[in-house]
Design a protein around this ligand. Structure first.
Ligand code: NAP
Length: 262
């Protein structure tokens, strides 16, 4: 039985994670950590109750988990990860907004017994979109990303867009100039430049998580699009990570793709 503490358990993602973990025959949620939760316990969505903790240190001490899952906020995730890794507990992190430098600093807290697993997107379709984007960029280096999310998202660009841009930049031999970059009539009209790839962030109520990657070449375009229309799309990836993080042997592992091909 893999015992799991869920950080951010009162949030949009955390509630789904509690339910997904509770539904697994080999997993058990032992604590729900979230300052926004009231009462001593929360329903797991399947008829059970999970004890609530306002503090991760208490939850680790009382619950003795194997894995901490974090879907919180860009400004709180680092402290949670440090707490878990220093207690020797594996971490599965979906919270986005951490910089590469912050990730490296957090990785320094991992040990052979406590792995930090981070994925900017746990949906298999998004992982495939990123893989196909890297493949396309080898042949069509002119690319732009449009990412669209709900209006409560705290970070922009999204972690998925940042990762996609990095993969495109790594795959293409040259960085083509982004046409019009120097001629914006309004600042930001050509989007942010992430590793040389223009990224445009849309935030609107009604959206969940969506991304389009556009490639252009002489006389042709190629469009890749992924839509997460429901947060259940992320759960098979989260469950897979919880199941496998204990076998990763320490350090930082970034991206769900590392868990898919073995
Ligand atoms: P949300 O609804 O705002 O949930 C976050 C929850 O964390 C809130 O209830 C918040 O409480 C709580 N929280 C704040 N500080 C905490 C702490 N120190 N310990 C425990 N809980 C704490 O956000 P969401 O939509 O679920 O998204 C959460 C994160 O997941 C975001 O970074 C988002 O970008 C990311 N995400 C990742 C993926 C992926 O596949 N990797 C997919 C979707 C979303 P308060 O409201 O009181 O602050």
């Amino acid at each position: 039985m893999i015992e799991v503490v869920v950080c951010g358990a009162g949030g949009r993602m955390g509630r789904e994670v509690l339910r997904a973990v509770a539904a697994q025959p080999d997993m058990r949620p032992v604590a729900a950590v979230d300052p926004s939760l009231e009462g001593d316990s929360v329903p797991d969505g399947l008829g059970g109750e999970i004890p609530v903790a306002t503090d991760l240190t208490d939850a680790i001490r009382d619950g003795g988990p194997d894995v901490v899952v974090d879907f919180t906020r860009p400004d709180t995730v680092a402290a949670n990860v440090r707490t878990a890794l220093e207690a020797g507990v594996d971490c599965v992190v979906g919270t986005t907004g951490l910089t590469e430098e912050e990730l490296e600093q957090l990785a320094a807290h991992s040990t052979d017994d406590a792995t930090l697993f981070v994925a900017p997107n746990f949906a298999i379709g998004a992982v495939l979109m990123m893989r196909f984007a890297a493949e396309a960029a080898r042949y069509l280096p002119d690319a732009e990303i449009v990412e669209l999310h709900h209006d409560r998202k705290l970070d922009a660009p999204s972690g998925t867009a940042m990762r996609t841009a990095a993969l495109i930049a790594r795959a293409r031999d040259t960085v083509p100039p982004a046409p019009g970059r120097g001629t914006e009539l309004e600042p930001g009209a050509r989007g942010a430049s992430v590793d040389g790839v223009p990224v445009h962030s849309v935030r609107l109520p009604g959206l969940v998580a969506h991304q389009t990657v556009l490639f252009g070449g002489a006389g042709q375009t190629l469009t890749l699009r992924h839509d997460a229309i429901d947060r259940t799309s992320f759960m098979p990836g989260v469950v897979l990570a919880v199941r496998k993080v204990g076998d990763l042997g320490g350090g930082l592992v970034f991206g769900l793709e590392h868990l898919l091909d073995d």
